[in-house]
Design a binder for this molecule. Structure first.
Ligand code: FES
Length: 164
């Protein structure tokens, strides 16, 4: 409680207490705000990924036979680190032309696999069937298999992985 001097002003003690409290608040803000920002900033960051992933040398990719390639990527969202595995089917159509599909079914995201005897990608969950070109043959899936963009560099096939 401020003490009032006889002249009507604030006492020296109240003035010093007020100044100390004010400076303490300023110092706490200067130290505290960056510390709080450091702690919560990772949680506010949006995770995105955009990279070209090498799948294999062209000489190792046979003609017209779907080949499954898998790879794993680790991502950090906030303080949580997680690993995601990806499966990519590559079908070589000519020396430098490919179909590159995700192996994730477009219905409810089960993993499809190539069946030689059926000449088709088959989803085990609801019997969705896709052709070698990724098109829908039968089943509940709403669209063909998702395709990856690809390129060839130095004799290596790379696929474009975009997340986020
Ligand atoms: S998840 Fe593939 S058909 Fe349902």
């Amino acid at each position: 409680m401020p003490e009032i001097e006889h002249g009507g002003g604030i006492s020296r003690r109240s003035f010093v207490t007020g100044v100390v409290a004010f400076l303490g608040s300023v110092i706490a803000s200067v130290i505290g705000i960056p510390a709080i920002g450091y702690l919560i900033a990772p949680g506010l960051k949006k995770h995105t990924s955009d990279e070209w992933v090498p799948i294999g040398k062209l000489e190792d990719i046979p003609m017209d036979i779907p080949i499954l390639s898998t790879f794993t990527r680790t991502s950090q969202i906030g303080w949580e680190r997680s690993a995601t595995s990806f499966g990519v089917y590559v079908v070589r159509k000519s020396a430098d032309e490919f179909d590159v599909f995700s192996n994730i079914c477009t219905h409810l995201s089960c993993r499809v696999s190539w069946k030689d005897d059926q000449e088709a990608f088959v989803c085990p969950c609801h019997n969705g069937i896709f052709g070698k070109d990724g098109s829908i043959i039968s089943g509940p899936q709403p669209r063909p298999l998702d395709r990856f963009e690809y390129k060839v560099e130095d004799g290596t096939l790379l696929v474009h992985l975009v997340e986020g």
